[in-house]
Design a protein around this ligand. Structure first.
Ligand SMILES: Cc1cc2nc3c(=O)[nH]c(=O)nc-3n(C[C@H](O)[C@H](O)[C@H](O)COP(=O)(O)OP(=O)(O)OC[C@H]3O[C@@H](n4cnc5c(N)ncnc54)[C@H](O)[C@@H]3O)c2cc1C
Length: 427
């Protein structure tokens, strides 16, 4: 019997990594990506030890740790420049967990993962957008938007926030989802789980040259002011990535388009006008922005474990397809990587004498979903709560938030324990 063909939908973060892991296990992964050529959306990610451990399993952690600047400090500050809390905790990450925390440009990571797939002979079909799946007892057929069909043993939906794979699994369970705000509607045998705009929060993000004092002390810096939250961290020795979260009630469609030329100038001027009174490095980073992008923040209500895979057992969801999150805990990609590790671990070894039955797959997927759902659901909720508590309006609410933050930094044990729960995993 030949190796089971695994159809991996999405070449973001989870897709390539689960493909690389499964190839090592003797499976034959094929990766399908809707985008024709991966572009540069200008965004960045904080990678933490839990995610980097998984990347190390496929020889990819060094790409980040060799080229990135390790964060050595966490700092929370109010918008007048008074520190609310500072910690050297990131310095112990390598000793405690084997890996540091560091920022990375998303496009660079995507590109490296794609190169790795090519290097080990895993095909990537670009411009191939999943539209439909047809399952039977022996396998699955994936159908692209333009009518191409491919058959495999099973399919892994790694197609992110607006996953088609998720709607298709939902359809098999008679669970319907939409893209509007959560309404809590239920109707006859259909449940409606709707994607929700993250409390109407929007982020404006940019990349700028790192100011000298941040070069000396690479810091993940959060700055809190009335109605807005600012975060920045290094993504290379000379470049700092930053993002401002604010409430914006108008329902603008999400766009990841980079502002350029006159647009960039206009955005910079507007932002500078709004944030000129904020402490350093906010104005300088805005002023020095070489790129600016604006987008909405989304998550989705938690999906019960039985909806993470189809009843026939030929489709399973991982990463943002299963548990998209707002970015306030910096865990979406890191959790997607934990998913890859556990799914790979729980799938049976390739057995050349026995076909992969639906029963075996359901057993593995059920164990996977049961293990992963509580942790990821808690983190999605936690990220939402973190965002809500960061962006508050009015002087009194801002002062209360700052007091709360100041107090929380005094409890060193609680802070260490909070990170320990995240970074001890997944092995
Ligand atoms: C502003 C922002 C900041 C963030 N910061 C962090 C951070 O600091 N740390 C962190 O850990 N996480 C962060 N995240 C979350 C992180 O980006 C996601 O959790 C992570 O990218 C999920 O990986 P994924 O592979 O599941 O999905 P994605 O990375 O979204 O990849 C999905 C892929 O599937 C493709 N695709 C979609 N539909 C189809 C289809 N129908 N057919 C074929 N292909 C398809 C897409 O083009 C894409 O390439 C952040 C998110 C945002 C929005």
């Amino acid at each position: 019997m030949s190796s089971p063909k695994v159809l991996v939908i999405g070449c973001g973060i989870a897709g390539p990594v689960v493909a690389l892991l499964l190839q090592k296990k003797g499976y034959e992964p094929l990766v399908f990506e809707k985008v024709r050529e991966l572009g540069d959306a200008g965004a960045s990610l904080m990678m933490f030890p839990n995610g980097l451990k998984v990347l190390s399993k496929v020889g990819m952690a060094h790409f980040i740790t060799d080229s990135a600047t390790r964060v050595t400090k966490f700092c929370d500050r109010d918008s007048h420049g008074t520190d609310l809390g500072v910690s050297d905790l990131p310095n112990i990450f390598v000793e405690e967990y084997g890996f540091p925390g560091c920022g990375v440009k998303r496009a660079g990571l995507n590109m490296k993962l794609k190169e790795r797939l090519a290097a080990v002979g895993i095909p990537v079909f670009e411009g191939w957008k999943l539209k439909e799946v047809i399952e039977d007892e022996n396998g699955v057929i994936a159908v692209s938007e333009d009518g191409r069909e491919v058959r495999g043993s099973f399919l892994i939906g790694c197609d992110g926030l607006r996953a088609v794979s998720r709607s298709l699994v939902g359809r098999e369970h008679r669970v319907r989802e939409g893209m509007a705000e959560y309404t809590g509607l239920t109707q006859a045998s259909h449940k409606f789980y709707l994607m929700r705009a993250y409390a109407d929060h929007r982020q404006t993000a940019g990349m700028s040259t790192t100011p000298p004092y941040l070069k000396e002390h690479p810091t993940m810096l959060n700055i809190y002011g009335p109605g807005a939250h600012f975060i920045c961290y290094p993504v290379s020795p000379n470049t700092t990535s930053w993002a401002i979260t604010q409430e914006e009630l108008e329902e603008a469609p999400e766009t990841w388009k980079l502002s350029s030329g006159s647009e960039l100038l206009q955005q910079r001027t507007q932002l500078l006008d709004q944030f000129k009174a904020w402490c350093s490095p906010v104005p300088e980073l805005i002023q020095g922005a070489e790129r600016i992008v604006k987008y909405g923040l989304y998550d989705r209500p938690q999906l019960e474990p039985e909806y993470w895979y189809s009843p026939t057992g030929r489709v399973v969801l991982i990463g943002d397809a299963a548990h998209p999150t707002s970015p306030h805990l910096g865990q979406g990609a890191n959790q997607a990587l934990e998913d890859c590790y556990h799914l790979d671990r729980l799938l049976p070894e390739f057995d050349k004498d026995e076909a992969l039955s639906s029963e075996k797959l359901i057993e593995a997927f059920a164990a996977f979903a049961k293990l992963r759902q509580p942790r990821t659901a808690a983190l999605v909720k936690g990220a939402r709560a973190q965002g809500d508590s960061r962006v508050v309006k009015g002087i009194n609410a801002s002062m209360e938030r700052d007091d709360r933050l100041r107090k929380s930094w005094q409890d060193n044990e609680a802070i260490t324990a909070k990170y320990d729960v995240l970074f001890r995993e997944p092995f």
